[in-house]
Design a protein around this ligand. Structure first.
Ligand SMILES: *[C@@H]1O[C@H](CO)[C@@H](O)[C@H](O)[C@H]1NC(C)=O
Length: 304
């Protein structure tokens, strides 16, 4: 009996060690070449790894609708014009795209000419005095929008940050069951130094020896059902933290990283799909498709 018990314990320890002990996956190899697949066999989407014409035509046959949610609260409405105009030129061109725009200033939404098959719905929400609060409530808004509308109105959904601009093609190569993007600031960083939430009291906690990539919170995508699971889970975890007065280091981004650690994305977008305008170009990133614009935080955020 004791031997059986100690055997069980032994195997449990082995399983725990095994789970914790895999090496961090690389994004760029020692030869400087980009890596196009994760250790769980999900593609990492880089320029040169796909045929854009072929991949678009596969998805066009399926007559899909891509819902795209953006949040433009307070002074963030100033980013809408560039976001929408550049999306119309680069983002799923030729596909049915439905933007769902959450704002507390519907009168400030610019009139942007949309292409055929594309539409924009403005959803008015209450204002907030803290930008942290605004990010915390995004998951809840996304969860509820999926339940009330997107289950009937779309096949895929992307939730994108609005203080951004498209500079290059973003098409059907980005579609899949569950999509995350590698944050441009950390794709060559050792995971010990990722800005994950490290306090065990938070639901977003990730131990120092764990982690695959540091994912950016500016892009979440996938099938409507799978993105609903992300939004619902993160909202629940955010609520548990809030009840304990804990705010994760990077709010929803921290919870998203926790989610993706245990629910691996089926496709990972390279930093081509999320750059930062202030970051110098690097050898690996041949094309910048989507990038966070330089902003004066003091001028756009309602609080420091
Ligand atoms: C494609 O989808 C749209 C909207 O869901 C629908 O109105 C249209 O009839 C569909 N077209 C075809 C060819 O199935």
């Amino acid at each position: 009996m004791n031997a059986v018990k100690s055997n069980c314990l032994f195997y449990t320890v082995i399983i725990l060690l095994y789970r914790l002990s895999y090496n961090q996956p690389s994004v760029v190899g020692l030869d400087g070449k980009v890596i196009a697949v994760t250790p769980w066999l999900a593609p990492i989407v880089w320029e040169g790894t796909f045929d854009s014409f072929l991949i678009d035509s596969i998805y066009k046959q399926q007559n899909i609708t891509i819902a795209t949610t953006v949040f433009a609260l307070g002074k963030y409405t100033q980013f809408l014009k560039d976001f929408l105009e550049s999306a119309e030129q680069n983002y799923f061109v030729g596909f049915r795209v439905h933007y769902y725009l959450f704002t507390d200033h519907p009168e400030q939404v610019p009139a942007v000419k949309l292409g055929e098959g594309r539409q924009l719905t403005v959803l008015t929400v209450a204002s907030s005095n803290r930008w942290q609060e605004i990010t915390l409530r995004r998951m809840e808004k996304l969860e509820k929008l999926i339940e009330s509308r997107l289950v009937n109105e779309a096949d895929y959904v992307f939730s994108l940050d609005v203080d951004t601009k498209f500079y290059g093609r973003w098409g059907a190569e980005s579609l899949g069951r569950l999509i995350g993007v590698i944050h441009p600031g950390y794709y060559q960083t050792h995971r010990e130094h990722f800005p994950y939430e490290r306090r065990p009291e938070s639901q977003a906690h990730i131990p120092v020896a764990e982690g695959d990539y540091y994912y950016g919170g500016a892009v979440i995508g996938g099938l409507v059902k799978d993105v609903h699971e992300v939004a619902k889970t993160c909202r629940e975890q955010l609520d548990i933290d809030a009840a304990k007065s804990i705010e994760a280091a990077w709010q929803e981004e921290s919870h998203l990283n926790k989610y993706f650690l245990y629910n691996k994305p089926s496709k990972v977008l390279s930093p081509e799909y999320l750059w930062q305008d202030f970051k110098p170009h690097t050898n690996e990133v041949k094309i910048i498709r989507f990038s966070q614009v330089i902003k004066n935080y003091a001028a756009v955020r309602p609080n420091p």
